[in-house]
Ligand binder design. Structure first.
Ligand code: PLP
Length: 488
């Protein structure tokens, strides 16, 4: 289109002021105020200008668009005044899905944060003494209970800190920061700034969301001392690397990948022995950090925080919203004198968490103390049997087949994934609802599920849409049923 014709079209666009005075819009201004309506009018007009520029509108289609301006502004307004963050239905079967908010919190945990955060609380106030208190006491007391076994077991097993006396060794302490990345940063900065940290080349991992061990190391002010090769690192490699600038031996849980085949890695016990012999603290980034043995939940070989501490690892870092099933947080548990150094670091003040996190974390930990595992959604999902999941999937398949004969629905065997950096091979047997249609591709079907009033997130594999109800809360099944019926 010629630029002359285009400028004629541009001239037909009303100004924002004219628009705000027009009949359909004045009412919107009365209800919502001029500011937001002006914003909405501006974005709608900007869109029209773009469409004219790119030649999408001619004079007759512009006329139609202009007639529709009040409706367009109203739609834009509704969108900008509604929440962007909203619930989705996770039918992927990935229990700790980082893009979908990782661990879902229990109503109990949320109730505790509602009760305490919607009022004043004793967050940093010792009610009995009537004086200032510390925010960590609320969860440290529970971690002490959950990790108590270690404090009694290995009392005296810790090496004396360099220059310190064994009397300084206390029980296990725990502090909370924003996430596990922050926990690693705080540990390395507190213990190794200006010195060296020895780590195996096989553990220089990148975890989803751009957490790279070498980068965190640089930011902490410590120098990375790589040892071994990608697939093989021996205890003697660590030993040779230790010098008078060495401040920490670091072990990192490999999380989202596995090295198989010709591999070698010293055991935790060997590393502990070396660390203590040379008086260098051993820090372990455990990543997921299971608080209880998950064997009975069907998860094998997932190290627990307690296991590491029992071996004598000095400080363990782990996430609050992975296998622990709590809020986003980074936990540092370990030798009291080392944790004290982290608490005294000004970085700790910058990385600390707020009352909402303390409340949801405290409630989650209390459930562990009481062995009430079923109130923690992450653990409850792991415990669901293939049979239970299959029955729910069969019910949905039956309803769908009846309502939409063009979609073939069957229930097949499959695997749910733990996710969140648990052992990548950790899966749980499940039953999947598999959908295929002769008229629509699997991608189309899954897109339509995403457009449901509560978006349903599924997997697409081998030309089929797969729904794993392990990660779907049972009360959401009815919503899925409704959405499936509209797929025809
Ligand atoms: C997940 C993970 C992290 C990052 O934890 P965030 O809580 O997401 O910051 C770091 N290290 C390991 C080994 C992990 O698995």
């Amino acid at each position: 289109m010629e630029s002359v014709a285009k400028s004629a079209l541009f001239r037909e666009l009303p100004s924002v002021d004219e628009l705000l005075r027009s009949p359909g819009i004045t009412q919107l201004v009365e209800i919502h105020g001029a500011t937001v309506v002006t914003d909405a009018a501006r974005s709608v007009l900007a869109r029209l200008r773009e469409e004219i520029s790119s030649g999408l509108l001619d004079s007759s289609s512009l006329r139609i668009a202009l007639d529709g301006l009040p409706t367009a502004i109203q739609t834009q307004l509704r969108k900008s005044l509604s929440y962007s963050l909203r619930p989705v239905i996770n039918a992927t079967g990935v229990i700790l899905h980082t893009n979908l908010g990782r661990a879902a919190l229990s109503p109990l945990a949320l109730q505790h944060s509602l009760d305490t955060a919607s009022h004043y609380s004793n967050l940093e106030f010792d009610v009995e003494a009537g004086e200032r208190g510390k925010r960590d006491v609320h969860v440290d007391r529970l971690f002490r209970k959950l990790l108590a076994d270690v404090s009694t077991h290995v009392a005296g097993a810790f090496a004396a800190p360099p220059g310190g006396s064994p009397a300084e060794k206390g029980p296990i302490s725990t502090i909370v920061v924003n996430n596990n990345a922050a926990a690693v940063l705080l540990a390395l900065n507190s213990l190794a700034e200006g010195g060296e940290v020895v780590v195996s080349r096989g553990e220089l991992v990148e975890i989803g969301g751009s957490f790279r061990i070498p980068d965190v190391m640089t930011k902490s002010g410590a120098t990375l001392r790589e040892v071994g090769t990608t697939n093989r690192t021996r205890i003697s490699d660590y030993e040779k690397a230790i010098n008078d600038r060495t401040r920490v031996l670091l072990r990192v849980h490999r999380s989202n990948f596995e090295i198989t085949g010709f591999t070698e890695q010293p055991s935790t016990a060997e590393l502990v022995e070396l660390a203590h012999k040379r008086n260098v603290p051993l820090v372990e980034d455990l990543g997921s950090g299971a608080l209880v043995d998950l064997e009975s939940f069907g998860i094998h070989n997932e190290p627990t925080v307690l296991d590491s501490l029992r071996y004598g690892v000095d400080v363990v870092t782990y996430s609050g919203d992975k296998l622990l099933g709590g809020p986003q947080a980074g936990l540092l548990s370990g030798r009291a004198d080392l944790i004290q150094r982290m608490r005294a670091n000004s970085l700790f003040r910058a990385l600390r968490v707020d009352k909402l996190i303390y409340a949801t974390l405290e409630a989650t930990l209390l459930a562990y103390v009481k062995h009430d595992y079923n109130v923690i959604p992450t653990l409850q999902m792991m415990r669901l049997s293939k049979g239970e999941i299959g029955e729910r999937a069969e019910a949905l398949a039956k309803a769908l087949t009846k309502a939409v004969p063009s979609i073939k629905a069957e229930v097949i065997d499959g695997e749910s994934v733990i996710g969140g950096g648990a052992a990548p091979s950790s899966t749980l047997p499940t039953r999947l609802l598999a959908l295929a249609s002769a008229e629509q591709s699997a991608d189309e079907l899954s897109e339509r599920l995403r457009r449901s009033s509560t978006p349903i997130i599924s997997r697409v594999e081998d030309g089929r849409v797969l729904l794993d109800l392990r990660t779907v809360f049972p009360e959401q099944d009815a919503e899925i049923a409704v959405a499936l019926k509209t797929l025809g």
